[in-house]
Write a protein that binds this ligand. Structure first.
Ligand code: ADP
Ligand code: MG
Length: 249
């Protein structure tokens, strides 16, 4: 494996829902140390692409590789075990469980149990340590014992990131982690992502263009299921087609 093998690569991913092609021959990669932002209008196929990479949407065609290994045939749990961490556009937290327990369940995914509620996770010290370290990372330690349902919206978004971190990820997929966070919350999460990217590169789907332009090392633009442009912040900001198709100029 070459020294600069991408942490994640997808080749020719396609997914149609009936007559609608949600992702159409999408190829991109995620290199060590980077934040690669994926932007595009509503309905462009961003969440579908994240689902295909994470493994809960089976592609009609194409290939997903993690650290150079073809994982296209593996399910969500197996990809998580290989270090693929993700947060969802729609919350996946267990509402009645504490922040810590949610993070412990996420940490457990690395160990390969798919019967996540059946194991007595409260007794597993390693899981608890991984969970507490992840909560500390996002600033939620004081809220560790609070049920997810009682956290604020912003705290729940941070907990979702903590759950992705608890896995000890080699790559992170974050689908609109800043949605609804407010200025202060997004700035804080942005700082956290900048600190994290050296450990695990991040594929970041985000609508907040200020955040994208500030954080991204690279940007790919998805429109109607196709990558229409990919490049540095400067290249994307200066791309006339992107400005027309997405930035509304
Ligand atoms: P984005 O995240 O960029 O807003 P999505 O990936 O959620 O876009 O959706 C891409 C397109 O696929 C949209 O037209 C959406 O309505 C459609 N779509 C997404 N999921 C499904 C599904 N499970 N069944 C049918 N259509 C879907
Ligand atoms: Mg989406």
């Amino acid at each position: 494996e070459p020294a600069h093998a991408p942490a994640l690569a997808v080749h020719g991913l396609r997914k149609a829902f009936g007559g609608l092609t949600a992702t159409d021959d999408v190829s991109l990669d995620l290199r060590p140390g980077e934040i690669h932002a994926l932007i595009g209008p509503n309905g462009a196929g961003k969440s579908t692409l994240i689902g295909q990479i994470a493994g809960w949407i089976a592609p009609d065609a194409g290939r997903v590789e993690l650290g150079g290994e073809d994982v296209t045939a593996l399910d969500v749990a197996a990809r998580a075990r290989l270090g693929l961490g993700r947060s969802f556009q729609v919350s996946s937290l267990a509402a009645p469980l504490s922040a810590r327990r949610n993070a412990m369940i996420a940490a457990q995914a690395r160990q390969g149990s798919s019967f996540r509620f059946l194991r007595p996770v409260a007794w597993d010290r390693g899981l608890r340590e991984a969970a507490d370290a992840a909560l500390a990372r996002v600033g939620l330690s004081p809220r560790a014992q609070v049920p997810a349902a009682e956290l604020s919206h912003g705290e729940r978004r941070l907990l979702e990131v903590a759950c992705a971190l608890a896995l000890g990820p080699k790559a992170l997929l974050l689908d609109e982690p800043m949605a609804g966070l407010g200025m202060e919350g997004s700035a804080r999460l942005g700082d956290l992502l900048e600190a994290l990217k050296a450990e695990a590169p991040i594929l970041l789907v985000e609508h907040d263009m200020d955040a994208v332009f500030r954080l991204a090392d690279r940007i790919s633009v998805l429109v109607a299921g196709r990558v229409i442009a990919s490049g540095s912040v400067e290249e994307i900001r200066g791309d006339a087609e992107v400005r027309r198709a997405y930035l509304g100029e």
